[in-house]
Design a protein around this ligand. Structure first.
Ligand code: MG
Length: 181
């Protein structure tokens, strides 16, 4: 199978990294604990007044590179490749690309290993990419095509409201979710 795996959410813990940096850079602003996050986009829950500060945090140099890895992700990806699956990391960069794109590559090298660099696909539109499965924490993925892959939602507190048939709760049970239909 060709398995596409989104990066922010399923592999790199964007939310945890954001909250940590948010509290360091803006210690006097309110913050939302991870379990209480209810919207896919951080800005939508923090409110309009904080948009510029939020953007400043996640587009700062070093932000992407410091994101912690999701537990079990490296082991699961390694097993998937060892089983012969055609694995790709399919990621949408920020429009403020300057730090984000380079640091995504650095993150993959440092957290997954240099053998995964050639598996990175950077695209703003994931419907253009072919594959059997896409594992992604975004509940609504749209683009110019109707996708050929099946979307498996990587479970997060902020994507629990929309109904979704197939969810992957964490990387420790990927085998049951991905291979048993
Ligand atoms: Mg994501």
């Amino acid at each position: 199978m060709t398995i596409l795996v989104d990066m922010d959410g399923p592999l790199a813990d964007f939310e945890k990294g954001f909250l940590k940096q948010w509290q360091i850079v803006f210690p006097n602003e309110r913050f939302i604990p991870l379990e209480e996050r209810t919207t896919f986009r951080i800005q939508d829950q923090y409110g309009l007044k904080l948009h510029d500060k939020i953007r400043a945090v996640y587009s700062a140099p070093g932000f992407y590179r410091q994101l912690p890895i999701i537990p079990g992700a490296k082991e699961a990806l390694t097993q998937l490749t060892e089983k012969g699956h055609n694995l790709r990391i399919c990621t949408s960069p920020l429009t403020e690309y300057k730090n984000c794109v380079l640091e995504k590559y650095q993150w993959v090298e440092e957290n997954l290993g240099s053998s995964f660099i050639k598996r990175i696909i950077v695209t703003k539109d994931k419907t253009l990419i072919r594959g059997d499965l896409l594992i992604d924490d975004n509940p609504t993925i749209t683009g110019v095509y109707s996708p050929v892959w099946e979307h498996i939602l990587f479970d997060k507190p902020y994507n629990r409201a929309p109904k979704h048939d197939k969810r992957l709760d964490d990387w420790f049970n990927w085998e049951t979710v991905l291979l048993n239909g």
